[in-house]
Structures are given as C-alpha cells and as structure tokens.
Design a protein around this ligand. Structure first.
Ligand code: SF4
Length: 168
C-alpha cells in the first residue's frame, strides 16, 4: 500500500521495534475504509484507536516523571502522583494550566541507563517537561542520586525542560 509523504514521516517517528507491526495495523485500517493510500486522516485514526492518542492539544503541557529505580522497590509512587493530580509542591507552577502525565518511569538503575531512550520515545508524543522525582534529590533512607546532574543534562540536551522535584 502507498503512503503519502506526511503519513510516512509520522511512521518514521514510531520506535523501530514496533514500526513494522504498527505499519501493518494502519494499512489494514486503511483497507477496511476502502483506501489505497495511507494519509494523515487514517494515520490519526489509527493512533487514536491503538494508542488512545487524540489530536495534539496545543494548550496542554505534557509531563513525564523519572524516578529512582532503587527507591521504586519500596515506593509505589503515590506521593508523586498525588502531587501531580493536586498541582502541589513542584507541580504548583501549573496552576490554571492544563497538564497531562504522559510518562512515569524509573531510570532503569544506575546510572540511569534507560532515561535517554524513553525520553526519545516520549518526544514523539509532544513531551514538554520532565520532573525528576523527589526520591532522586534528597538524602534520607536512600542516598541522593549521584547521577542526577548527568541525567538532567542528557534530558536537557534532548531539548526538554527539566524540573527538579515532585512532592518534596
Ligand atoms: S541512577 Fe540515581 S535515580 Fe537511578 S537508580 Fe541510581 S541512584 Fe536511583
């Protein structure tokens, strides 16, 4: 099946390991709709159907939280999520604005090995800001993350704003 230029560009943004599968599913959807070319209309419909992602919301700030892999063994993330939902502490800056949490993941272990890859993926979903969870920042039951600056710089180098902290 043929793809128009815009739809093809969007396809390229899908992570390579699922791209083939996604392409097949989108083409099947196009066939069902009686089309012989995949255009942006079909592409958007497929995105909505398979990923639950609707049209880009220009006024929404898309946020992801990166948390410590070690701390996640004992912390389900309630503090971060509640602060996000209530726009408190480090999420207070979004009061009066529309926000969406589009990613909540651990760093993958020292030295934050999977952060770069996951930020790359989230950029396809219009990621705007990454919060480094409070567990990465304070000395307490766990030591402060020794790789925090490295992780922060890497995210910023990908063009994404970083905010230090979530609920503390
Ligand atoms: S890199 Fe930092 S945030 Fe990640 S597991 Fe190690 S100490 Fe925790």
């Amino acid at each position: 099946m043929k793809w128009n230029e815009d739809a093809e560009k969007e396809l390229e943004k899908i992570p390579f390991f699922v791209r083939k599968m996604a392409k097949k599913a989108i083409e099947e959807m196009a066939k069902k709709e009686g089309k012989d070319v995949v255009d942006m209309e079909i592409y958007r419909k497929a995105k909505e159907k398979y990923l639950g992602i609707t049209e880009k919301k220009e006024d929404t700030i898309n946020i992801a939280v990166v948390r410590c892999n070690i701390v996640s063994e004992t912390c389900p993330g309630v503090g971060c999520l509640k602060a996000f939902n209530d726009k408190r502490v480090h999420f207070e800056r979004y009061k009066g604005k529309k926000i969406e949490l589009i990613g909540f993941f651990t760093c993958g272990g020292c030295s934050g090995r999977r952060v770069h890859r996951l930020i790359e993926t989230l950029k396809n979903y219009d990621l705007h800001v990454v919060h480094l969870a409070s567990c990465m920042l304070f000395e307490g039951d766990y030591p402060k993350c020794p790789f925090k600056e490295l992780i922060k710089k890497d995210i910023e180098n990908q063009g994404i704003e970083v905010v230090e902290g979530t609920h503390h």
